[in-house]
Design a protein around this ligand. Structure first.
Ligand code: SF4
Ligand code: SF4
Length: 352
């Protein structure tokens, strides 16, 4: 069983696009350990645990405690990962992460951080984020970096992602601000497309020099063709339930605190029939997707994102549809150029 633990809703940043309310609530040790007991009692030999927030590093002692507690289950193989803004990373924690094989994904918007990532006092924190990013990469050179863009910063996406690559990032992502109030329009989407075209050329340049970097949204679109596999295999709530700070279980983060989506608690375990009902209701997709040629390569079935943007798991927002089309078009452009430039390298990277 895999689980995500929402250790707190609090955060040391106030990103402009954040959907969290930053409540001062924290998971107790008893709740966290009960969640681990629940995952272990599922009967499998492997348990995956994700530490999530808010900012999970505000709860470092609880992370240490969970890993220590897991040692008593010697027959279970635990794997750990964490999503963090990175500002509280230090040598001690990173040594621990390396020793315990905790994968760390850090959110960093590159130069866009100057606009969107503010501390609690309203000050931008690009240089602090850069410093922590460098430290993270010293310990975990393959760490995954997650950027977010907004309509206001779409024109600096290329410079921002290049900044991350220049610092040493090899694997990264880009999400678009998905709050309904974000204000995406045709012009900002067109600009985003232009910026991602430039990014494709930069990745191609690196590819030609044998210095591969991986922009995850392009990778999944290309691999969906070369490996004939789907882009998105979440299975809402079935593979990785979210344990909220208070021990209540939900299918994913956007559903936290909404009673009709609760599917158990760490005290009572997962309510299997409830979980299946929620999953089944996430399988519908809008009629306008039915005949779309891009359907197989589109992440239109992320129920969590759809719920956040449209208030309905089975609806896809205009922004999400536009972003998926941009990604597929720009990924294919890049792939074509790679194939024409160095077929052997392309085959090694995407086919063999
Ligand atoms: S780091 Fe994450 S949780 Fe914290 S304010 Fe930014 S988006 Fe929200
Ligand atoms: S690209 Fe748009 S229409 Fe096509 S499957 Fe995706 S969300 Fe649906």
């Amino acid at each position: 069983m895999n689980i995500s633990l929402i250790l707190t809703k609090q955060c040391n940043l106030r990103c402009r696009y954040c959907f969290e309310m930053h409540e001062n609530v924290y998971m107790t040790e008893a709740t966290a350990l009960k969640a681990l007991d629940m995952a272990v009692s599922d009967g499998g030999k492997q348990v995956g645990v994700s530490f999530f927030g808010g900012e999970p590093l505000l709860c470092k002692p609880l992370i240490y405690k969970c890993v220590e507690y897991s040692k008593r289950f010697s027959e279970i193989q635990f794997s750990w990962n964490m999503t963090t803004n990175g500002l509280l990373l230090d040598d001690e924690f990173l040594r621990f992460a390396v020793n315990e094989k905790i994968e760390i994904a850090m959110s960093h918007d590159g130069l866009m951080s100057r606009v969107n990532r503010l501390d609690a006092g309203g000050k931008e924190c690009l240089s602090a984020l850069d410093e922590k990013l460098r430290l993270l990469l010293q310990y975990l050179p393959g760490a995954f970096i997650m950027a977010t863009t907004t309509p206001e910063t779409a024109g600096t996406v290329y410079d921002s992602l290049k900044h991350l690559i220049d610092v040493g990032v090899k694997r990264f992502n880009l999400a678009v601000d998905s709050r309904p109030c974000a204000g995406w329009d045709e012009d900002s989407m067109e600009e985003l497309s232009r910026q991602l075209g430039m990014l494709g050329d930069l990745i191609l340049e690196k590819f030609c020099r044998g210095e591969d970097v991986y922009f995850n949204p392009f990778e999944e679109k290309i691999l969906s063709v070369t490996k004939d596999r789907p882009c998105h295999v979440c299975k809402l709530g079935m593979r990785k339930p979210y344990v909220d700070w208070d021990g209540k279980i939900y299918p994913c983060i956007q559903f936290g605190g909404i009673p009709e989506y609760q599917m158990g608690s760490v005290a009572e375990g997962v309510d299997v029939s409830r979980r299946e009902a929620v999953y089944r209701s996430s399988l519908k997709s809008p009629s306008f997707c039915e005949d779309c040629a891009m359907k197989k390569r589109c992440v239109n079935d992320c129920a969590c994102l759809n719920f956040q943007q449209c208030g309905d798991m089975a609806q896809v927002s205009g922004e999400q549809c536009a972003y998926q089309r941009i990604l597929i078009t720009r990924a294919d452009e890049m792939a074509r150029k790679m194939l024409e430039t160095d077929e052997a390298h392309f085959v090694k990277r995407y086919i063999s």
